[in-house]
Ligand binder design. Structure first.
Ligand code: BGC
Length: 446
């Protein structure tokens, strides 16, 4: 098999503001919901917070030199809304904006394309106090923030991503309560879904209307949903899982409708039915590309314990340190699923990667052979997809650096670069060296 990727294939790496920046209360930054959540005892493993994280805010020049060494063509980062606005509604914070200007200038100087996510989960706390994403006004404020960044960084950003993984931050944060803001309410979640989608659509509209440069899209966390058995109830469970986690976001964006199965759920129905058809037009404003974050597939069975009538089944076999099943075929399957159901839009894997129990050896190296093997097998499936005519344009490894892994704090490491959290020393892992070679040669050995 030929293992060459297309010449213009974009190899990249991704991070997110709250997970790496630190400087959580400096230079006029407002607290975000993740500052509040992580400072509340019991929410995050070991009581870890984002106060210092990787200290990227103060070390971004060094981090870009590391990216240059790695050879990535593009870097996906996110902009912290509470850092760039003083009141989160209308007033900019010039110091915060300056940081992202310097960051993007330095990337461009090093020939690395900046790809900016506008929302990777760090909502300003003051907006959560007014209802967060369950409040329609938040969507309006988001568009103000987005437009501020479009203006300030116009011409510098290769691609804009409105939201990172709405399903995850909405359901883990508002239905399961394990992420910020820590709520457990299905009504709230249903409202959040619509308001986030609306914020996405309005932002795309504004971007087009005012003719900003670059492309715009969204990143969704997508995965195949498979029934645990042939039993009708399990088959239905898989369709429901697919509807809640995949189609609830894909259908409105690509087709301007909510999935029928979700509309049959009494709570969702009440909220989503009341929606103005004008909203659906806004939500389905055409995007330039779709970002997909893929980590594992979901095998599900019928269960009354599950809030929507299903629950995941634990699979035997290979797992990462998170306990997530290693299932590269799922990457191929989800890419094909998008093409078959939503057309041949340009696709990017905006995140894929794994956490392992990385051991720092006495000569300060990390021999993360499992991560290399994980990536290699997923790259293979990506290549197969391209050879089968799927419009896959790029691949961003999660993550460039070890970082604050949300409710898991610093206990889970996903980086190509190891962070010593006491000294902030950066140590490239073996996977970094392996990935560097893949990028250089645009191919990999099997
Ligand atoms: C998120 C990242 C996160 C990664 C690993 C994705 O859900 O976008 O922020 O660190 O998965 O859990």
């Amino acid at each position: 098999m030929n293992h060459n990727f297309p010449d213009d294939f974009i190899w990249g790496a991704a991070t997110a503001s709250f997970q790496i920046e630190g400087a959580a209360y400096d230079f006029g930054k407002l607290p975000s919901i993740w500052d509040t959540f992580s400072h509340t005892p019991g929410n995050v493993v070991n009581g870890d917070t984002g106060d210092f994280a990787c200290d990227h805010y103060n070390r971004f020049i060094q981090d870009i030199a590391i990216m240059k060494e790695l050879g990535i063509k593009a870097y996906r980062f996110s902009i912290s809304w509470p850092r760039v606005m003083k009141d989160a509604k209308n007033t900019p914070n010039p110091q915060g904006i300056e940081f992202y200007k310097k960051l993007t200038d330095e990337l461009i100087k090093n020939d690395i394309k900046p790809v900016a996510t506008l929302y990777h989960w760090d909502l300003p706390q003051i907006l959560q106090d007014e209802g967060g994403w369950a409040n329609r006004k938040t969507a309006e404020y988001f568009v103000n923030f987005a437009e501020l960044m479009f203006r300030e960084l116009d011409g510098k950003i290769y691609q804009w991503i409105t939201f990172n993984e709405p399903s995850v931050f909405i359901f883990l944060g508002n239905l399961d309560g394990v992420h910020a803001p820590g709520m457990k309410d299905i009504w709230t979640s249903a409202k959040c879904v619509h308001n986030v989608l609306l914020a996405h659509g309005e932002t795309v509209k504004r971007f087009r209307k005012n003719g900003y440069k670059g492309q715009i899209g969204i990143t969704l966390n997508l995965a195949p949903y498979e029934p645990a058995s042939k039993d009708n109830k399990d088959v239905m469970a898989a369709l429901t899982g697919d509807a809640q986690w995949n189609r609830l976001f894909l259908d409105p964006i690509f087709k301007g409708t909510y999935p029928k199965i979700i509309m049959e759920n009494p709570q969702f129905k009440k909220i989503l039915e009341a929606i103005d058809s004008e909203d659906m037009k806004v939500i389905s404003e055409k995007i330039d590309f779709l970002g997909i974050n893929y980590y594992f597939r979901n095998v599900v069975k019928y269960s009354q314990k599950g809030k929507l009538g299903f629950e995941s089944v634990k699979m035997d076999g290979e797992k990462t340190y998170f306990g997530w099943e290693v299932y590269p075929q799922g990457l191929y399957d989800i890419l094909r699923y998008i093409k078959e159901n939503y057309g041949n839009i340009p696709l990017y894997i905006t995140e894929n990667g794994a956490t392992y129990d990385d051991i720092l050896t006495s000569d300060r190296k990390i021999h993360d052979v499992q991560r290399i093997s994980y990536l290699k097998r997923h790259f293979e499936k990506a290549l197969l997809a391209i050879q089968d005519g799927i419009n896959l344009k790029g691949y961003y490894v999660w993550s460039l650096l070890d970082n604050f892994e949300w409710a898991e704090g610093y206990s889970k490491r996903f980086g190509l670069v190891y962070i010593d959290y006491k000294t902030f020393e950066r140590i490239p892992k073996d996977s970094f060296l392996w990935y560097k070679k893949v990028i250089e040669e645009n191919t990999f050995e099997v």
